[in-house]
Write a protein that binds this ligand. Structure first.
Ligand code: ZN
Length: 144
């Protein structure tokens, strides 16, 4: 389970609305409680750099690079937090993971997907990679 505050929920929705009709992505930093549930403490925007990859459109895909990942781990450490996972938007598409999303997924992280339709934030879902089946499973997400 992952809990995000209303403020962080708003930050993600604002990012998605600003980036529309392109995808945007970012990361959630925070803590795990005694039961392993994730609680977000900080949201970090990640530059959408897919444009640099020939033949691919920002609208369809996002990518977190090894440099992004290192920078996020460093920022988390500096703040005394843990990297909990990533969010990205699906402009005019359902908040369900694509095959590309699955191919970039790492275990233990939360993958939050926000649908944005006509510049309006829609459904928000979270997924976790099941290491045994190598498929995404829905993760309970709580805004409180
Ligand atoms: Zn996606």
């Amino acid at each position: 389970m992952i809990t995000i505050s209303p403020t962080h929920f708003t930050e993600i929705k604002e990012h998605g609305t600003e980036a529309y009709p392109e995808e945007c992505c970012g990361a959630m930093l925070g803590r795990r409680d005694a039961n392993g549930a994730k609680v977000t403490e900080h949201i970090v925007r990640i530059e959408n750099n897919w444009e640099d990859r020939p033949g691919e459109s920002k609208h369809r895909r996002f990518a977190v690079t090894a440099e992004d990942y290192k920078a996020l781990e460093a920022e988390a450490k500096e703040r005394g937090l843990t990297l909990l996972g990533f969010y990205h938007t699906h402009p005019d598409h359902p908040a369900e993971p694509s095959g590309t999303d699955l191919s970039y997924a790492w275990p233990f992280f939360s993958y939050i997907i926000l649908n944005v339709t006509n510049r309006e934030p829609g459904q928000l879902n979270s997924f976790e990679l099941n290491v045994d089946t190598e498929k995404f499973e829905p993760e309970e997400i709580q805004v409180s």
